[in-house]
Design a protein around this ligand. Structure first.
Ligand code: UGA
Length: 438
């Protein structure tokens, strides 16, 4: 089957490479010529474990190619995916759909053979209707259908998520479109991945509801963690104790510095806007967004309090070492990373900040020019008055605690991801602060 993937960003590239790996013939399209040239040369625009190899294998196998020429790339495609960005519109938080509509227009103008146009970008309810209107009003006489097929990939685990999905959601309004989509995902049916056919609007809402629910789960456990600190309970136990209830589930109950990334912050805001437009408030999500935002800077204050509690003094002039900057491990993505607000809070308090992140420093450096980037974790902590674990990269989990204690100027360790064993950290001589643990 021939598939065109318009937009070679995170979602487009991962989905395109995985479809090619299933045996489909895939062209990934992008307007950015440099990106396409680099992809042809085997250079990935993002850090995603396994992606470079997957792309290379499928390019070698002749199933995957790259193009900037949309009209010829979509010519004989039976499925044309729209996988362009839908960032938050500046000023109001609505999803910016201008890229999606521009692609719809371009597809409409070049459509020569029957094709199903599939929106993979995260788009508010009703966008499929608008895409359909744009194409119909272009006057095309070619048969087409517009389908919603949201993606549920996590950065850092995107290929596994694509190949072993919990479910595939397809919002289609007609039988022909459902048949084409069944063919697109046939290799996954063979793996018995549950597939859910819904209306297009339900499918569009499923994506936002899923991300908002997960963001709520995280925010809930983060607030429980705060309460644990006040009442002398342990959030790790509370999380396990509730998560073992199948109705609740143990995933996404890990307390931390707040959620970030390219999806939850943007999608929760966009959901609020949809709710507002339809006069159907989602107050829980409103509270989640506010609570998560204020938590980021509060984490900076937590570090300052830890310094005081350890008798290490005021933050002014102190050297604070951050381990990890990205919003989560196994990505170089810095979008809405809690580290940004934490750094700002520490700088505002007069501290000097040094940081190390295995993949994120290139993107982080221009966002935080006052921060000194170290070459490794041990260099970062040398002479530090406090060490703060911000992102739970595997490399930090196994860090030599005795060694960092010797390298640091003062024994203050703040663990915003609860990765360390409190007894071990304390026996290494640290004053240890974590999230929601006594
Ligand atoms: C998220 C969803 O998990 C994907 O299903 C979805 O497809 C994707 O958004 C998207 O809409 O494109 P992602 O943003 O890559 O994926 O990252 P997550 O692994 O979900 O983590 C999001 C944030 O929540 C991170 O900052 C992470 O540190 C935080 N988190 C996650 C917690 O603080 N605690 C948890 O228990 C889980």
């Amino acid at each position: 089957m021939k598939i065109a993937m318009v937009g070679s960003g995170y979602v487009g590239l991962v989905s395109g490479a995985c479809f090619a790996d299933f045996g489909h013939d895939v062209v990934c399209i992008d307007k950015d010529e440099t990106k396409i040239e680099r992809l042809r040369a085997g250079m990935m625009p993002i850090f995603e474990p396994g992606l470079g190899e997957l792309v290379a294998q499928n390019v070698r196998g002749g199933r995957l190619s790259f193009s900037t020429d949309l009209p010829s790339a979509i010519e004989d495609a039976q499925a044309i995916f729209i996988a362009v960005g839908t960032p938050s519109r500046r000023g109001d938080g609505h999803a910016d759909l201008s890229y999606v509509y521009a692609v719809a227009q371009e597809v409409a103008e070049s459509l020569k053979n029957p094709a199903v146009i599939v929106t993979k970008s995260t788009v508010p309810v009703g966008t499929g209707d608008e895409v359909e209107r744009i194409i119909r009003e272009s006057g095309t006489s070619t048969k087409f259908a517009v389908v919603s097929n949201p993606e549920f990939l996590r950065e850092g685990a995107a290929i596994t998520d694509f190949k072993r999905p919990d479910r595939i959601v397809i919002g289609a309004e007609d039988e022909w479109a459902r048949t084409v989509m069944t063919e697109v995902y046939r290799p996954l049916f063979l793996n018995r991945a549950p597939i859910l056919f819904t209306s297009r609007r339900s499918s569009e809402l499923i994506k936002y509801a899923a991300n908002a629910f997960l963001a709520t789960k995280i925010t809930f456990i983060n607030e429980m963690a705060d309460l644990c600190e006040k009442v002398g309970a342990d959030v790790q136990d509370v999380s396990r104790g509730i998560g073992l209830d199948n109705r609740i589930g143990s995933k996404f109950l890990h307390a931390g510095p707040s959620y970030g990334g390219s999806c939850f912050p943007k999608d929760t805001l966009a959901l609020l806007k949809t709710a507002e437009d339809f006069n159907s408030p989602v107050r829980i999500v409103e509270a989640v967004v506010k609570t998560n935002d204020t938590r980021k800077r509060a984490m900076g204050r937590k570090v300052i309090e830890a310094l005081a509690e350890a008798g290490a003094g005021e933050p002014r002039g102190k050297k604070i070492a951050l381990l990890g900057l990205t919003f989560k491990p196994n990505t170089d993505d810095m979008r809405d990373a809690p580290s940004i607000a934490i750094v700002q809070a520490l700088l505002d308090a007069g501290a000097d900040v040094v940081a190390y992140d295995p993949e994120g420093m290139e993107l982080a450096a221009p966002m935080m020019p006052e921060v000194t980037m170290a070459r490794n974790a041990y260099e970062a902590v040398t002479g530090a008055d406090a060490i703060v674990l911000v992102t739970e990269w595997d490399a930090f989990r196994g860090i030599d605690l005795q060694r960092i204690r010797q390298l640091a100027a003062q024994p203050v360790l703040v663990d915003l991801r609860n990765v360390y064993n409190p007894d071990e950290v304390r026996s290494a001589g640290f004053h240890y602060t974590s999230i929601g643990r006594p």
